[in-house]
Design a protein around this ligand. Structure first.
Ligand code: C2E
Ligand code: MG
Ligand code: MG
Length: 590
């Protein structure tokens, strides 16, 4: 079959098979070929630009020059080739195999579904011999099995479709193979993070959606060019590449990487500083000691540390870094916690109306009991989750649990508005409002019984999308509250543009409310201005009667804090209400 060599090579590249680690699924077929044909040498041989590279082999090296290789001839012909005696065939006599004592060759083409011949499934012998047409058929069948395996692996998602690089799955599989063969040896995982997603998003908005694809492709080839031969580059995240390097002396490696980094930074897409500079995380480890997922996470942690410290390279040390270990344990654990039934729960902290003293609402606050680490505070695990893709399922969990609780209270005659905290990332989800509406309907809870709280920091980015989302949430009838007000880039001028009806003044202001103190004037000012803009004002962290009295006199609408009640499990909240508001909240029997 006539095929364009450029296209054929691209098809070969796209499969990402070249220079990959040995794999049992291919080796099994090669061993079978060797046995069936009673041949000392068998190989799955891929025809690269100027070499035959052996993905799998019995009885031979890793590659030979393409020039005058019989496998290259199979690739050219796209058909079975049998050479009884290489030394007698003018096409091959004197070539590297002939010189090495190989006489017999039989190869069947490895043909992709698109009709490209990648190379050959071949058997070789040191004696001249031949095979029957039936045997030639068997060889073709074996070649077809190899191709089925190739396509299966491809289909199983081992290749990133955009960059054509092997992906995270392949990384894991290769690392496991390596650990099996070289367990205990030192290696260093290198992770290159091209840019911060926030900055990337901004660049994409300015430069258009194809910007990311182009940048990733350019970066992938720039990095690949600079890696040592035989080192595979993986794409392990949208903007993240990884490779496993042999464990040189750390200092030397560090230097080499730093130089490499400088080069990438100069020539690569990083020149586009709008997306932030690329950073490298290094994770030294022993093969077989840590799972591939842990390796990647540690290397990513090191890269993030580098970014935070405004450095280009970060080094992770498992032994030295307990804090990291805890973070990884927490992130790992959070995945499990979302599926478990006994780890996450919601506590509810009542808010009271400062004019009437009534309790009409409570804030749902997440609690996590980790099976090994005990109670973990939201202050610790929420920011971790918010930096990962866990923010979405976590908020979903909270909303589900809160709505279930509201529904069950309503059935028991308890009417409370419950506010839930959502992460900035949630407000960027295109379908966030829609999913809220769906969940409300499913639990048969009116929108007015649910409120959402978000912090000012979440408003800084993606203004348009967030504002649209907030407007959609508000249109559903769900009230929106700006949490921790005063700690972000608070400016009253932006308040009027934000579809929120509540601000929650941060605890730090309330705690400082001493007579004559500057915070008194500040808090009074915040209350007045917010109310003039039509917002309700809630004071958080009310711990003392003095603060309570001041807030009441300053006209603040609601208060929440330890003075009133700590966050409570649902049953305890009901008990608290029956004492606090005996007339209104008589559960069930009322
Ligand atoms: P937040 O939303 O501002 O919640 C108020 C925090 O202040 C809670 O801490 C509450 O227990 C605490 N607090 C209430 N009254 C007082 C007081 O009088 N004195 C003092 N010192 N503290 C008081 P918590 O439960 O540890 O939560 C911390 C933060 O974690 C929350 O701050 C919120 O930002 C986040 N968070 C909690 N639950 C969730 C959740 O379900 N989803 C999300 N995205 N974030 C959550
Ligand atoms: Mg809150
Ligand atoms: Mg707060």
């Amino acid at each position: 079959m006539q095929q364009d060599e450029g296209e054929r090579l691209r098809a070969l590249m796209d499969l990402g098979l070249l220079n990959t680690a040995p794999s049992e699924s291919f080796d099994r077929i090669t061993r079978m070929a060797s046995q069936i044909f009673d041949a000392p040498i068998a190989a799955v041989s891929l025809t690269d630009k100027d070499r035959q590279w052996f993905k799998s082999r019995v009885g031979c090296g890793t590659e030979i020059p393409r020039d005058r290789a019989p496998c290259a001839e199979v690739t050219r012909l796209g058909d079975v080739l049998v050479v009884s005696d290489l030394s007698q065939d003018p096409r091959f006599a004197g070539n590297i195999l002939d010189q090495g004592g190989v006489r017999f060759y039989a190869g069947a083409p490895l043909i992709t579904r698109d009709g490209f011949t990648l190379g050959a499934m071949c058997v070789l012998d040191t004696k001249p011999r031949t095979i029957t047409p039936e045997q030639a058929k068997i060889l073709s069948d074996l070649a077809a099995m190899v191709m089925a395996q190739v396509e299966l692996q491809h289909a199983l998602g081992r290749i990133d479709p955009a960059s054509g690089l092997p992906n995270r799955n392949q990384f894991a599989e290769d690392l496991e193979d390596l650990a099996r063969d070289h367990g205990g040896q030192e290696r260093v995982a290198m992770l290159i993070d091209l840019a911060e997603p926030i900055q990337l998003n901004q660049s994409m908005r300015i430069l258009g959606p194809t910007y990311l694809d182009t940048m990733i492709k350019t970066a992938a080839s720039a990095i690949k060019e600079r890696l040592e031969d035989g080192v595979t580059l993986y794409q392990v995240g949208v903007t993240q590449f990884a490779a496993v390097l042999s464990g040189h002396e750390p200092q030397a490696l560090f230097k080499r990487i730093e130089a490499f980094f400088e080069e990438v930074a100069e020539q690569g897409p990083a020149r586009d500083r709008a997306s932030g500079a690329p950073v490298i995380g290094l994770m030294p480890f022993q093969l077989g000691e840590v799972s591939p997922a842990q390796v990647l996470r540690a290397a990513l942690g090191a890269a993030h540390d580098a970014r935070d410290a405004q450095k280009s390279v970060g080094l992770f040390s498992v032994a030295l870094d307990d804090a990291h270990r805890r973070r990884f344990a927490l992130l790992d654990g959070l995945h499990d916690a979302l599926l478990a039934t006994d780890q996450l729960s919601l506590h509810y902290q009542p808010r009271i109306d400062l004019r009437t003293g009534r309790c009409d609402g409570a804030e749902a606050l997440l609690r996590w009991h980790h099976p090994a680490l005990g109670n973990v505070t939201p202050g610790e695990f929420i920011p971790l989750a918010e930096a990962t893709e866990l923010a979405r399922p976590l908020t979903q969990w909270v909303i589900e649990a809160a709505l279930r609780q509201i529904a069950s209270w309503r059935q028991a005659g308890i009417a409370l508005n419950i506010s839930v905290n959502v992460s900035p990332a949630n407000l960027e989800e295109a379908d966030f409002a829609e999913s809220l509406a769906e969940a409300l309907a499913r639990h048969d809870v009116p929108a007015s019984a649910l409120e959402i709280e978000f912090t000012e920091s979440g408003l800084i980015r993606h203004q348009a999308r967030i504002l649209a989302n907030l407007a959609a949430i508000r249109a559903l009838g769900i009230a929106c509250a700006i949490d921790d007000f005063g700690t972000g880039y608070s400016s009253f001028s932006y308040l009027k543009d934000i579809p929120a009806e509540i601000i929650k003044i941060d605890q730090s202001f309330i705690r400082m409310l001493v007579p004559g103190g500057p915070d008194r004037a500040l808090v009074r000012g915040m209350i007045t201005m917010a109310q003039e803009l039509g917002l309700r004002v809630v004071a958080e962290g009310v711990e003392t009667q003095r603060a309570y009295d001041f807030l009441q006199s300053a006209g603040c609408d609601e208060a929440q804090g330890y003075l009133i009640s700590r966050p409570l499990p649902p049953e305890a909240l009901v008990a608290w209400m029956s004492v606090h508001d005996p007339d209104r909240h008589q559960p069930a029997a009322a």
